[in-house]
Design a protein around this ligand. Structure first.
Ligand code: FEO
Ligand code: CA
Ligand code: CA
Ligand code: CA
Length: 603
């Protein structure tokens, strides 16, 4: 047994050191291998990946780019899962050796559309305990920017969602900017459409003042887009198709267990830059989806269903449960600190009562066709949710990423990744829930609903972590002796293991020469707050989509080599293929060399 095992009687791991190499590091006694990466075959007939000869037809059958969230949905057979991955975005200058930023070639743009979206891949456990991705004609799917989606919920069919190709406002081609997500209790996958403004052009050419105000609030470009898609499909030119913008920015639901099903865009969960959505089931059976809007000074939301979850996975129960997100109440969060405002000086120094904590309220925005926001119709609340939240006194947060309920305690954990503009002139000052000016390293908030009921309208909250160099006085690791923790910055994706520990993947952008990584932190007992670095990802990569199984960990390694000045001629990373290869975002599997459980047991 190692020192930690002697100390705790549990099997743990020795935290890895910070790393700046073009490699993955894992703790001693662990090993990692590639599961699947950009360009690998998903559908039968996919050609082998060829960076120098990409095509729309090839990419439509291959794993997409820059995978972020990853879900494993179990199949009935033991050791088989359907893995759903989000392909968040492309960086075309790194994707194509001959990308022309002035006039993007149609072939490049159309290949990019196929590289976006979602992949469904059959994954199975090998005899030696490792995992293998299968090319499979029955289960595997690629959802792209041209795949049809059904629009559901209270804003479906709104005039604000109608376009020239969809006069009913109920059917959208494609999903994009899919960042994080969650698995529902009924085995579907939710995925958040996040930075959907990026491919759209010419918001300045929109005449309708309401639509213009919305486009401004959501950051749509007034001139040409960075991606040039509008040259190849007029739906991305807002001057011609202003409502197309409203058809993205939703939570989408995909049912991997029904390969022929049409995925859904859920208007009842509001429209913003959705990081993801994670579902908790209330004692009375209603389901609650927690959600973050990832931009500086944006909000945390939740949706409470009207209907109750029906147990079982028979077709009738699944049909019922797949309608739960169509009807319910959308709320936004307000956080009130319990110390005087002048106690919060922006340095991260703890206030008088020794904790960043307080109470809060969920403020209702709309229930189906009823709006609770003066001057806005329900459809407007759902489509311009940010504007509705502005009007009701919600608390602007430091970039909400994953907002995730603990599967056992139902406490909710929110990653506030960072906000370099907190406290800047003219912008919101630090408050007890976002206590640092120029918040470079982010924090993690813990929220306890009243009576631990996810449907409650009141809650308590406290900060679990105020991230950054443990030696800095402006950091807080749940009050534990900071000599015992690994430094963490910019928390992003969250996951839980079977022992109830929180796992945090980071997106600090390689600041200080430290690669991003995955961290484990116990939430209860004397080790609460003891952050331990489990792995680090290669140069220029973000650590995403952790899945913590009993005897394996999956990690999405997103955008390796994405550094200023990098190009296909001078790649900043050759991971994972090595040699002179171009970098490829991929999923890795980490296991113990002896095949044992990642944590726990009696060692
Ligand atoms: Fe795509 Fe909020 O990270
Ligand atoms: Ca306090
Ligand atoms: Ca994220
Ligand atoms: Ca992030």
């Amino acid at each position: 047994p190692g020192p930690r095992e002697q100390e705790t009687g549990r099997r743990g791991f020795a935290p890895v050191s910070p790393d700046s190499g073009d490699r993955v590091t894992v703790p001693e006694g662990f090993t990692h291998e590639l599961l699947i990466g950009w360009g690998d075959a998903v559908l039968p007939g996919a050609p082998p990946f060829d960076f120098d000869r990409q095509s729309e037809a090839a990419q439509a059958r291959q794993f997409g780019v820059n995978n972020d969230y990853c879900a494993l949905v179990p199949l009935r057979a033991a050791g088989q899962w359907l893995m759903v991955s989000n392909h968040e975005y492309a960086t075309e200058p790194l994707m194509f050796p001959d990308w022309n930023p002035e006039v993007p070639a149609e072939a490049h743009v159309r290949t990019t559309w196929m590289a976006y979206g979602l992949s469904v891949v059959l994954v199975e456990q090998r005899g030696d305990g490792g995992l293998r991705a299968r090319v499979d004609g029955r289960w595997n799917r690629r959802i792209t920017l041209l795949s049809p989606f059904e629009v559901r919920g209270p804003a479906a069919g709104s005039p604000l969602l109608r376009t020239s190709v969809d006069p009913a406002g109920t059917r959208v081609l494609g999903t994009m900017a899919n960042c994080s997500g969650g698995i529902t209790p009924w085995g579907t996958v939710l995925s958040g459409e996040e930075n959907v403004h990026m491919p759209f052009a010419h918001a300045d050419k929109v005449a309708d003042p309401l639509v213009r105000e919305g486009l401004r609030r959501y950051g749509f470009a007034e001139g040409p887009s960075l991606r040039g898609w509008e040259a190849h499909d007029t739906r991305f030119d807002l001057g011609r198709e202003p409502h197309e913008a409203h058809r993205f920015g939703w939570i989408v639901e995909l049912d991997p267990l029904e390969p022929d099903s049409v995925p859904v865009k859920h208007t009842a969960l509001g429209r913003f830059k959705h990081e993801g959505a994670n579902v908790s089931t209330a004692p009375d059976g209603r389901v609650v989806a927690y959600m973050g809007d990832d931009e500086r000074f944006e909000y945390i939301y939740k949706f409470v269903s009207d209907g109750r979850v029906r147990p079982g996975d028979d077709p009738a129960a699944r049909r019922h449960n797949k309608r739960l997100l169509d009807s319910g109440t959308l709320y936004v969060a307000r956080f009130d600190g319990d110390d005087a405002a002048e106690e919060i000086d922006g340095s991260g120094r703890l206030p008088a009562d020794g904790a960043f904590d307080g109470t809060g309220r969920w403020i209702p925005l709309a229930h189906n066709d009823r709006s609770f926001v003066p001057g806005m119709s329900a459809a407007e609340v759902y489509i311009f949710t940010r504007i509705a939240a502005d009007r009701v006194g919600a608390t602007p947060m430091d970039r909400p990423e994953d907002v995730q309920p603990h599967p056992v305690t139902r406490r909710v954990y929110a990653s506030l990744t960072n906000n370099d503009q907190r406290g800047a002139p003219g912008l919101p000052a630090p408050d007890e829930a976002n206590p640092r000016s120029g918040n470079r390293d982010g924090h993690v908030l813990e929220l306890c609903e009243r009576k631990d009921d996810p449907t409650a309208e009141r809650f308590h909250w406290r900060l679990l972590l105020v991230c950054g160099d443990p030696e800095s006085p402006g950091t807080y690791y749940a009050g534990i002796d900071k000599a015992r923790v690994s430094a963490i910055s910019s928390p992003d994706n969250l996951a839980f293991d079977e022992h109830g520990n929180l796992w945090i993947a980071t997106d600090a952008g390689g600041r200080g020469g430290r690669n991003d990584g995955l961290y484990m932190v116990p939430l209860d007992g004397p080790e609460r707050g003891q952050v331990q670095r489990f792995l680090t990802v290669p140069t220029g990569a973000e650590c995403c989509g952790p899945v913590i199984g009993p005897d394996f960990v999956l990690v999405s390694v997103q955008h390796p080599g994405e550094l200023p000045g990098a190009s296909p001629q001078q790649p900043a990373s050759h991971w994972p293929d090595g040699g002179s290869a171009q970098p490829r975002a991929s999923i890795i599997v980490v296991r113990r060399k002896d095949g044992g459980p990642i944590l726990g047991g009696d060692g």
